[in-house]
Ligand binder design. Structure first.
Ligand code: SF4
Length: 325
């Protein structure tokens, strides 16, 4: 095997925190518990989280991933993904009497509620987010009266609103903190009466991972972000590296590492998006060992100890089953 500069030492720095957030841990546990409780198959609408490895491992245990509810047979146990779903999807599930377990992250549900409260007060709601992302589709489909979508400050200049005096904004949970501040500033300049949560809708996990990636990027020659191409928060982490001025790549797993990236590199930073399992980070560290002697350091960063409660349907049934056993 060609190992460029294989005699060279590589210092690997790991961001902290990185990888799984509480919403992703919860969503995966919901599918695993549902499989145990109801037996396979259980049907998951959309990828439970944006990670092929997670999806494949659940598929191997009996989860069936579908894009739309009509692909689920009558009576099939149905799980909504961590990104949330529009009200119409929930309504269709009810009409069909499908047994639903909702794995929507509580922080996404919180944004839904905020938007609904604004709409109830007669405010037109603007959502800052990326078109086509399932979370955005879910949020748009939860707020009565329609939602205007903006992604950047330019979009704000093109907005046509009902009444500039009665406006509110909410945001996708996985945006870039800095970019979102710019968009909010543009909204406030154009509509001084607009109300909204500053960047507080951006979830704790996104904010912590972005700060950790910024700290990491400041001290390495190369940044590798482990995560899926369609993972919003993983893309933002790679952008932070690029903005810092270092080569930065988003890779699905160790197999996607290109040895050419390591030329002239002494220090490699690794982080992982909120839906990327730690085992992929460890596999990447092992892979880097093929190119030289490696020393691994973990940076200090915010400690996370948030755990979200599971839906009652899973905990109550499990308790009942244990009691009857
Ligand atoms: S990234 Fe944030 S909002 Fe999304 S699942 Fe994780 S904790 Fe929830």
């Amino acid at each position: 095997m060609t190992t460029p500069e294989s005699s060279r030492d590589l210092d690997i720095y790991l961001a902290r925190p990185r990888g799984f957030c509480a919403g992703v841990e919860r969503a995966i546990e919901i599918v695993e518990r549902a499989l145990k409780q109801y037996g396979p198959p259980v049907y998951v609408r959309h990828e439970i989280v944006h990670n092929k490895h997670v999806v494949e491992s659940l598929r191997a245990k009996g989860a069936v991933f579908v894009e739309e509810l009509h692909q689920i047979p009558d009576g099939g146990v149905t799980i909504f993904s961590a990104h949330g779903v529009a009200e119409a999807v929930e309504g269709e599930a009810k009409r069909r009497d499908l047994p639903v377990i909702d794995a929507t992250c509580p922080l996404v549900s919180k944004v839904h509620k905020e938007g609904q409260n604004h709409a109830a007060k007669g405010r037109q709601v603007i959502l800052i987010g990326h078109a086509g992302h399932p979370e955005v589709e879910g949020t748009q489909g939860r707020i009565p009266g329609g939602v205007l979508l903006v992604t950047n400050a330019d979009d704000v200049t093109r907005l046509e609103v009902r009444d500039p005096e009665r406006l509110a904004y909410v945001t996708q949970t996985t945006l870039s903190v800095d970019e979102t501040r710019d968009v909010i500033a543009a909204l406030k300049r154009r509509f001084p009466k607009i109300v909204g949560p500053d960047v507080k809708d951006i979830c704790y996990a996104t904010q912590n991972r972005q700060q950790a990636a910024r700290d990491l990027a400041a001290q390495v020659d190369l940044l590798l972000v482990v995560g899926a191409k369609n993972s919003s928060n993983s893309n933002r982490l790679r952008e932070i590296g690029t903005e810092t001025g270092i080569p930065s790549y988003l890779i699905a797993d160790a197999g996607a590492l290109d040895s050419a990236w390591l030329e002239g590199v002494r220090t490699v930073g690794i982080t992982a998006g909120a839906s990327a399992p730690e085992e992929l980070v460890q596999a990447l560290i092992r892979r880097l060992g093929d190119f030289g002697r490696t020393r691994v350091h973990e940076l200090d960063g915010a400690a996370e100890n948030i755990v979200f409660k599971l839906p009652a349907a899973l905990t109550e049934n499990a308790a009942r089953a244990a009691h009857n056993a």
